[in-house]
Design a protein around this ligand. Sequence first.
Ligand code: MGP
Ligand code: SAH
Length: 468
Amino acid sequence: MNTHYLTTSRTNPQFYIFSQLFGDDLDWISQCDWEGIQNVAWQEFWQREGHELLEQKWHKRFPEYKDLIEALTPEEQALWRELWEKHASDSSAKFWHIFSCAFENYQNELARSFGFQLNTTPDGVEQNLQTLSLNNNPKNSKQRKPSESEEDESYLTANDDPDDLDEEQQLLLLGLPTSFASKGVHKKRKQRKPVSESSSSDSEDSDDLSIMEDNDNSALRGVLNGGVKKNKRRQRQANKLRARMPEFMLEENSRMVKYWFKRFSLFSRFDQGIRLDRESWFSVTPEKIAKQTARRLACDIIVDAFCGCGGNAIQFANTCGRVIAIDIDAEKLAMAKHNAGIYGVAHKIEFVHADFLQFAASTRIRPNVVFLSPPWGGPDYQKQSVFDIEQSLLPVGASHLMQLSRRLADDVAFFLPRNANMSQVIALSGAGQQCEVEHNYLDTRMVALTAYYGSGIIKGPLGEHQPN
Ligand code: MGP
Ligand code: SAH
């Protein structure tokens, strides 16, 4: 089985969603419309992000364009238009390529999560995958053909960004072990020189990166330029970088450092003073995923039952009339309030310090939707090949949480580990009911899944929900 890991940029990975309905009456293997799922996912992605991506890349290539265009003759303008069209078609082909790899990973991961239902002998799995056309190259889809430029690609990043150096190099710079750097990210470094970035998050990243660039050629430069000075400078810069990281990350045998490198993917406004405690560093929902969940769950009143430091609640505040954000930990709630202030939405959220189990059993509030993102037992959730959502979620199993939530609302959404036992996820729908499972990818890596229950929020034939 061929799993692809391609990446755009750690600070701004692309977000892909693949979603499918499941129910106990549905034989998903025979009914699965892979091409349909792929096409919908691509169209949604391109509608959501395509225009901005094209604009950003264009601006990077031709920063002088805006000033120039006014003064050009009509003939020159026509040439620029042609260039833009080529840019649009080449860029979309590159994004399509990464998207296709994510989709192929989705097919494989979904098949694996239904392992019990597939023939598990190696030959059988291969055969099953072929039956499911899992090995079809998604590039064959009729919907959209990539341009020829895709054929001879030497690129491995979609943005042509220089800000995508190996995580390993960052760790080496910090003098940390590299064993947990992204697995299987096969990348070729672009030779191009960095172009300065506009957003503060990116510029912060390029700081880190210029240090690393230095590190790269240190031996050679040491000879040419007087290595001692350079080494000192690099050391100073590494110290500066280290000083910005939370203490515990450096103390804990470096297991947590990977979350630091994702900080802008967790909160685009991270550098405006976002606060997170240890648990929240590994639990917070990355912003692009939280935004998508908020779009899907737009309603009058939503309960965010496990608010943490506010990753989801902040986004709900932008799409829902009233957000009731609950957490058992008062310190996290205070951080959530502070973080919501950074996004200008603190006043739209009611922060409730409570145990959700007690809250659900006693409240008279009747929200339209309950959103559940409970603790999964820390990053070790990955150690289970199939994560048991009845035994391993905290504070109680998934069915219990569902039962309590259904006291409050018919529509419930669950943020769950990517290795969650799919049979259990589907069983939560209840007899004769369906659920919609959304697999969330940042670039080609699955981050987690979101399961939707209740006809008000499920998309598709049985659900009433129409995407906003
Ligand atoms: P991860 O698996 O720790 O990170 O969490 P990653 O980068 O996928 O790990 P890698 O080793 O494969 O590189 C992925 C995402 O899951 C996090 O960003 C959180 O959004 C979410 N998440 C992780 N944990 C441990 C929890 C949790 O306990 N509760 C909730 N609600 N979300 C979690
Ligand atoms: N979705 C959040 C992260 C949630 S992490 C975000 O994006 O920021 C899970 C949270 O559940 C933790 O903050 C933890 O304090 C909280 N929690 C654990 N048990 C709880 C309970 N019984 N009631 C309410 N919150 C609880």
